[in-house]
Design a protein around this ligand. Structure first.
Ligand code: FAD
Ligand code: DLZ
Ligand code: SF4
Length: 509
């Protein structure tokens, strides 16, 4: 029996299970550009252009490989703009009554297609997405009965299972984790290689024009556009990372430099998350580089930990905790997003740099997301729903399964400690140490009071004071609360007044 094979925009892998289960001779592959997907949050223009171009290139590649592909463009006359109605329309068009698809990456979409099974007069096969090291069920099994879910232990389990960076059953170097070697401050004498960029081809140019007209009111700079949009180009990005950046990835993983948004990071999240690259390709490339002697252990382990550890862990956690996870707000934060998240107009230079780079590139590296924008969101008590929507829309690698645990769990502690053992809260000293931003800021990280005092300084203590009831019992915060206890009442009052004035000034009316 012939089937309709539905391939979603983040399933652009030749070995996606729905294609593996299909039959080139009889089946029809459906890919569709949909307003529902491009607009459920108002995605960055670069993200939409990237994904549409990658989808169109993938459709071409499938045709070349002998598949019959039905590709629905955004402006096609009868496009109904949702997975459900486009799948139904395609079934009618091709007179089919069976759909094969792969487990969607987002809960929202899984809910929709699960309803098809209940209501529709066609059959639906939803195949497990096997492009991860761990299955959703395997994670749930690992999590079962554990008091705490910590990435480090899951990661060790996967290291053992995959034999990656292992020797005789023990971690190579006799240490699982080299995190402490991953914290060098920025060093201008170490040149950062230029990122791999691609000139737009005819398909990408057409898509950019489409995005320019159809999504003119979306956030972000569309041009210059230089993303990889094919598997071969994404592989080039990975290879260039391995040969030029991996060696320094470990040492400078947390460092931030003005004008260097890409640092020694890999910039492959966009491609991993939509299927142009696989996690095994990335992990094995780094593993091989280590065994060839091309990169030090702390860099290779640090990189592999991000993919084999964090990426797998957050996916498992997402599926274990949804849909409740999306509603969590342990700290009862409710402040709306300041306008400068969108227009970048803030005198806090660290935020200004990170917001400007985000708007320009649809990218910011992990520490910018976590310790600058995220830390600010936590200390300012911004609403988790608003912060999640922002992160989901502005980064070209953002999909809810990976964005939500990072924001709700890692950044906002809104899950009350399911993902992290304590909030990643920090004052200005961290940013001063790990970046060159403070040197050009109107504020000073050294000033604690007065007009030039860095807001991170007083917001940090104000946050701990405001959240005392919920956080004091956390054993990892004991020392910090003891410092707060030693602070004079007058100083506490000063911090509170200054924080309130600052927070009032950034809250949209
Ligand atoms: P590198 O630093 O080179 O790391 C290599 C790869 O490891 C990444 O491509 C990614 O696949 C994986 N990785 C690294 N850190 C994480 C992590 N914390 N969780 C999951 N995977 C990780 N990553 C996304 O892919 N999509 C998101 O929507 C996303 N949102 C984030 C939001 C916040 C608040 C924070 C703190 C982190 C978020 N991350 C997200 C994780 C991380 O910041 C990005 O994966 C990374 O910056 C992508 O850039 P890169 O490819 O150069 O990564
Ligand atoms: C992110 C995204 C965007 C912007 N547009 C589309 C689209 O037009 N068609 C499509 O199939 N997928 C798109 N995506 C990715 C989907 O949002 C993603 O595949 C689902 O969230 C998976 O659950
Ligand atoms: Fe950011 Fe404060 Fe440094 Fe300015 S002084 S860049 S606000 S940390």
């Amino acid at each position: 029996m012939s089937a309709l094979i539905l391939v979603m925009g983040d399933q652009l892998s030749f070995d996606i299970p729905a294609l593996k289960a299909g039959n080139k001779q009889n089946d029809i592959v459906l890919l569709a550009e949909l307003r529902e997907e491009a607009g459920y949050v108002r995605h960055h223009k670069k993200k939409i252009a990237f994904l549409f171009s990658a989808m169109r290139h993938f459709a071409e590649a499938l045709r070349t490989a002998g598949w019959q592909v039905d590709y629905i463009k955004l402006t096609d006359k009868d496009n109904t703009h949702s997975f459900t109605s486009e799948a139904e329309r395609a079934l009618r068009r091709h007179q089919l009554d069976k759909i094969i698809t792969t487990h969607p990456s987002e809960y929202r979409v899984l809910q929709n297609i699960t309803h098809w099974r209940e209501q529709a007069d066609f059959s639906v096969d939803i195949l497990e997405d096997d492009r991860f090291y761990s299955s959703i069920d395997a994670f749930a099994e690992w999590a079962e009965g554990r008091k705490q879910l910590r990435m480090e232990f899951f990661y060790r389990e996967l290291r053992r299972q995959t034999d990656i960076l292992m020797q005789g059953g023990a971690p190579i170097g006799r240490q699982w984790n080299y995190d402490s070697d991953n914290r060098k401050p920025p060093d201008k004498s170490v040149p950062v290689p230029a990122p791999t960029r691609f000139a737009p081809d005819a398909i990408t140019k057409e898509v950019c024009q489409l995005v320019e007209t159809e999504f003119a009111d979306h956030y972000g700079d569309l041009y210059p556009f230089s993303f990889a949009t094919t598997h071969a180009q994404a592989e080039e990005v990975l290879q260039q990372f391995i040969t030029e950046r991996l060696v320094n990835f470990g040492s400078y993983q947390d460092a931030m430099r003005t004008g260097e948004p890409f640092m020694f990071h890999s910039h492959i999240g966009f491609y991993l998350n939509c299927g142009l690259l696989s996690p095994t390709q990335a992990v094995e490339a780094a593993h091989t580089a280590y065994h060839r002697g091309d990169a030090p252990l702390h860099s290779v382990e640090g990189f592999i930990r991000q993919i084999l550890g964090w990426r797998e862990f957050v996916r498992g956690l997402y599926w274990l905790k949804m849909p409740a996870y999306r509603e969590m707000n342990f700290l009862e934060a409710d402040r709306p997003l300041p306008d400068f998240f969108w227009d970048c107009q803030t005198e806090m230079n660290c935020l200004h740099q990170c917001f400007s780079e985000t708007r320009k590139y649809a990218y910011a590296h992990h520490i910018q997301r976590l310790m600058v924008i995220g830390n600010f969101s936590l200390l300012a008590g911004l609403s988790p729903a608003a912060v999640n929507d922002w992160y989901l829309s502005v980064y070209a690698d953002a999909y809810e399964w990976v964005e939500l645990p990072n924001v709700t769990g890692m950044v906002l502690f809104a899950d009350g400690g399911i993902l992290a053992s304590k909030p990643y809260a920090a004052g200005s000293a961290y940013i001063d140490r790990m970046s060159d931003y403070c040197a050009n800021c109107r504020y000073s990280p050294k000033e604690k009071t007065g007009d030039r005092a860095c807001p991170f300084g007083y917001l940090y203590w104000d946050f701990l004071g405001r959240q005392e009831e919920k956080l004091r019992g956390n054993p990892r915060l004991g020392m910090i609360y003891r410092s707060l206890d030693k602070m004079s009442a007058e100083k506490k009052q000063q911090i509170s007044v200054q924080s309130q004035a600052f927070l009032d000034s950034i809250t949209p009316s």
